[in-house]
Design a protein around this ligand. Structure first.
Ligand code: FE
Ligand code: MN
Length: 331
């Protein structure tokens, strides 16, 4: 019995279900279904073409966030399909991983749709993970941390290998999706609150709602592996994870200051630093580690943004409503 290293698991036999939470994430993901084409880009196109709506700094901030997310989404999808899926043989967890991989494809599609709608230079956007240092630093940090799991000879047998596998999960679920996505979410949603680029803003809201499920699933996966393999959770391993979170917080602050300089969006860049620290504490607590920063959320509107209700979509004249239920809280 166990979510990893269980030779008795038949990956093709999903019933009876062992991990009900994994199945619930699958159902919540399906209930949240959306596609980028459902969101009108008409107003965004007008604002992007107009010389009077967006400042140069706002344009640059939008391009940077499109650039960061366009490749971070496919890095995440590749990690699921090429690394995590190999080692998690439990069928209900795999069912969710397949759903998540699909959602990452939807997110990648969103950035294709944005590039097309605004006639952006795709080379410029999709190369930013190499050309912009504070984007490259974030991606390189996660990729470097997780590359041993991509080795075809890697197995999760033994304490050290389980720890390496957990570091992969921490790298993508906690650091990438849980920390590196959030300053960008805050910037794009702050812009939307000013009625600028509301189509892209709405797409970011849907992505954020999906990501909050991804990271919650990832944390439950980490917590399950820990509970089933308590020998991995040594104090030095815990310190290692806390150190990675602290380093990620610094990289994310650097990104936020670079992408959103002084005064842009009416936000003092120091507030992004507080926000990233606040988010990092919530991630630490989610995997049973102590808070480090003790910051109040400077953007309380961010916690409401994932709650996309029917009414909101009605007033914004969105045609399709897939949300049929929704049992989980995602923050
Ligand atoms: Fe995503
Ligand atoms: Mn994701």
């Amino acid at each position: 019995m166990g979510i990893i290293n269980n030779s008795k698991t038949d990956p093709n036999k999903i019933l009876p279900i062992t991990y009900k939470w994994a199945r619930e994430y699958y159902q919540a993901g399906v209930a949240n279904n959306w596609t980028p084409e459902e969101v009108s880009m008409q107003k965004d196109i007008e604002q992007w073409k107009s010389r009077h709506v967006l400042s140069e700094a706002e344009r640059r901030m939008i391009l940077w966030n499109l650039g960061f997310f366009s490749t971070a989404e496919s890095l995440t999808a590749n990690n699921i399909v090429l690394a995590v899926y190999n080692h998690i043989t439990n069928p209900e967890s795999r069912q969710y991983l397949l759903r998540q991989a699909y959602e990452e494809a939807v997110h990648t599609d969103t950035f294709i749709y944005c590039c097309d709608s605004l006639s952006l230079d795709p080379d410029e956007i999709f190369n930013m993970y190499k050309t912009i240092p504070s984007i490259d630093d974030k991606d390189a940090f996660v990729v470097d941390l997780t590359k041993s799991v991509f080795d075809p000879t890697f197995s999760t047998e033994g304490t050290e290998n389980i720890q390496r596998f957990v570091l992969d999960l921490v790298g993508f679920y906690v650091l990438m999706e849980g920390i590196f996505f959030y300053a960008g979410f805050a910037m794009m949603l702050a812009l939307k609150r000013q009625n600028k680029m509301i189509g892209i803003g709405e797409q970011f809201e849907y992505i954020m709602r999906d990501e909050s499920l991804h990271l919650a699933f990832g944390c439950d996966l980490i917590n399950t592996i820990k509970r089933e393999n308590p020998e991995i959770w040594t104090s030095s391993f815990q310190d290692e994870i806390v150190g990675l979170v602290e380093h990620s917080v610094e990289l994310e602050k650097t990104y936020a200051f670079d992408a959103c300089p002084e005064g842009l969006l009416g936000i003092n860049p120091a507030q992004f630093a507080v926000y990233v620290e606040h988010i990092a504490d919530r991630r630490l607590e989610r995997i049973d580690l102590a808070k480090r920063y003790h910051r109040d959320n400077p953007f309380p509107w961010m916690s409401q943004a994932t709650d996309l209700s029917k009414e909101k979509n009605f007033f914004e004249t969105r045609v399709t409503e897939y949300q049929t239920g929704g049992a989980l809280t995602w923050d």
